[in-house]
Design a binder for this molecule. Structure first.
Ligand code: PGA
Length: 256
């Protein structure tokens, strides 16, 4: 079996001014040092991306955006294009986060356009999928995750698929302090990997990193990261402080 490098990504959402973001990343880099065992990505808001990117020079931490528009340029007031992200050395982009899906009405089709565009522009997509509480209680978790994954990845080639990252984020666990049990998370992660085998190949499915997201913190990370199909975390709240972010990176190093 291929061993996948674990990935810890911090999703800072709509938090931190540019100055605060630079201070955080400087503390983070100091706390984790120059390690290569685990891939670490920070995703600050757009206004802080460039400054944070400069702050990361010489470190192994990578830069990601929280969203982007699929087009390369044009009349899309308020949007950011993939080449703009590439120009400031972003390498990753979170797409289809549940907050984008619910508050900004992003559809699977639109998210799919973004995934294809990210790949075309050499940005690594972190495609988010996950069910709401009502969907889980109604027994449709796997169906929802299947639809979001299949639609999100439509038109992605086998060659491209291996580089994609998927984040399973049960909506009811995001920012609520209610973390999925390791069994609940592992079940969905294994299901997603099975789906990737059907959509692409077993070899591709074994290469794709599947992150867990939703109230992941140092206290519950070790148990989650020890699961066979959990390859890292997409972290909101606990990535806003250098100490807890670094503890999560260390938990991933210990679990590798
Ligand atoms: P949380 O957010 O860690 O604050 O629950 C995770 C996310 O939304 O990516």
């Amino acid at each position: 079996m291929i061993s996948r490098k674990k990935l810890i990504a911090g999703n800072w959402k709509m938090n931190k001014t540019s100055a605060d973001a630079v201070a955080l990343v400087s503390d983070l880099v100091a706390a984790i040092g120059k390690q290569n065992d685990v891939e670490v990505v920070v995703c600050p808001p757009f206004t802080a991306l460039e400054a944070v990117g400069k702050g990361l020079e010489g470190s192994t931490v990578k830069l990601g955006a929280q969203n982007m528009h699929p087009d390369a340029s044009g009349a899309f007031t308020g949007e950011i294009a993939p080449p703009m992200l590439r120009a400031i050395f972003a390498t990753h982009v979170i797409l289809g986060h549940s907050e984008r899906r619910s508050y900004f009405a992003e559809s699977d089709e639109f998210i799919n356009q973004k995934v294809l565009s990210a790949l075309k522009n050499q940005l690594r997509p972190i495609l988010c999928v996950g069910e709401t509480l009502a969907e889980r209680e109604g027994g449709s978790t796997l169906k929802v995750v299947q639809t979001q994954t299949e639609r999100g990845l439509e038109g992605v080639s086998k060659e491209q698929a291996a580089g994609i990252v998927i984040a399973y984020e049960p909506v009811w666990a995001i920012g609520t302090g209610k973390v999925a049990t390791t069994e609940q998370a592992q079940e969905v992660h294994a299901f997603i990997r099975g789906l990737l085998t059907k959509l692409f190949t077993e070899a591709v499915a074994q290469k794709v990193r599947i992150l867990y997201g939703g109230s992941m913190k140092p206290a519950n990370a070790a148990e989650l990261l020890a699961q066979k199909d959990i390859d890292g975390g997409l972290i909101g709240g606990a990535s806003l402080e250098a100490r807890s972010f670094a503890d999560l990176v260390n938990a991933a190093i210990a679990a590798k």
